[in-house]
Write a protein that binds this ligand. Structure first.
Ligand SMILES: Nc1ncnc2c1ncn2[C@@H]1O[C@H](COP(=O)(O)OP(=O)(O)OP(=O)(O)O)[C@@H](O)[C@H]1O
Ligand SMILES: Cc1ncsc1CCO
Ligand SMILES: [Mg+2]
Length: 270
């Protein structure tokens, strides 16, 4: 994987300013919109079933996030997803809390069967539970880490027929054939709510400008990790509140050159 080439995708996001349609949760809505704007994409949140197809059909990417799901919203997700599929708009799924309740697990699975999804991004527990593997989860946060996340990402990609991003201290991307690890980032990301949700939407922004889901994911992850490292180095003494603001600032100012220089993508397979 040529990180040098992939870093240029960041500039493409900024040049093309893709519209990212998010049907996401109430906790992270504002942070997600601000993060996408800072990066150089154009967010829209649209939940009504009467407009879901229209908006998804003109978007560069559709991001579905079940963080605070309910029946009405899930129906809108399916309508948006089908419209996106018809128009060739990539769909990214964040199965927030899959495994924490049967409703979340079943909803994530039903979205995967109703819609052609390009990329699934979750923490290890969510991805494991989605494919029926037992993995500790508490609420929306991954439980104990240290399992075989590379094997998990690969198995999930093969089972789900999508690219899969398993986030954590090291992020893993796999489509079942190609597997890439992206190191770096900062643990401050786990102290800001919605860091995972915004990551999923950032992957959506890259998917809008990059057809290959593995490459789009690696470019997004490298950008995100480098921005987090730059933000953390300035706010270590303050804490998560200052980090959150600094992180938005770094999503704005991080350059393709920074990502090329500081990004740590490692091809494991393929
Ligand atoms: N220990 C860590 N060190 C560095 N970066 C981390 C660590 N844990 C997670 N991250 C980063 O935090 C971001 C969010 O990943 P995480 O796995 O925490 O998602 P999540 O559980 O879905 O988060 P949320 O539900 O709060 O949105 C990713 O960019 C990931 O690389
Ligand atoms: C805290 C929380 N609860 C449901 S969604 C969410 C945001 C992080 O996923
Ligand atoms: Mg999450």
């Amino acid at each position: 994987m040529n990180i040098r080439q992939l870093a240029s995708k960041l500039q493409e996001v900024r040049d093309r300013n893709p519209l990212v349609h998010n049907i996401t949760n109430v906790v992270v809505t504002n942070f997600t919109a601000n993060g996408l704007l800072a990066l150089g994409a154009s967010p829209v949140m649209a939940y009504a079933k009467q407009e879901a197809a229209d908006i998804a059909g003109i978007a560069g990417a559709l991001v579905l996030n079940i963080g605070t799901l309910n029946e009405v919203e899930v129906e809108a997700m399916k309508i948006a997803g089908r419209a996106a599929n018809e128009r060739g708009v990539p769909v990214v799924l964040d199965p927030v809390g899959a495994g924490a309740s049967a409703y979340r697990t079943e909803t994530a699975r039903s979205l995967l069967s109703a819609i052609r999804i390009s990329i699934v991004r979750g923490n290890a527990a969510e991805v494991a539970n989605l494919i029926g593997r037992d993995w500790a989860i508490r609420g929306v946060d991954a439980g104990a880490t240290g399992g075989d996340v590379v094997g998990l990402a690969k198995e999930a990609a093969l089972k789900l027929g999508t690219a899969v991003v398993v986030s954590g201290a090291t992020d893993i991307v796999s489509d079942g054939t190609r597997t890439v690890a992206v190191h770096g980032g900062d643990a401050f990301l786990t102290r800001v709510t919605g860091a995972g949700c915004l990551l999923t939407s950032v992957i959506g922004a890259f998917a809008a400008v990059c057809e290959d889901p593995v490459e789009a994911s690696v470019a997004a992850l490298a950008t995100y990790s480098v921005a987090a490292e730059l933000a953390a180095s300035r706010t270590r003494e303050q804490g998560p509140g200052s980090f959150q603001i600094a992180f938005l600032d770094r999503l704005w100012s991080v350059t393709a050159g920074d990502v090329e220089r500081l990004g740590k993508a490692e091809e494991i397979e393929g």
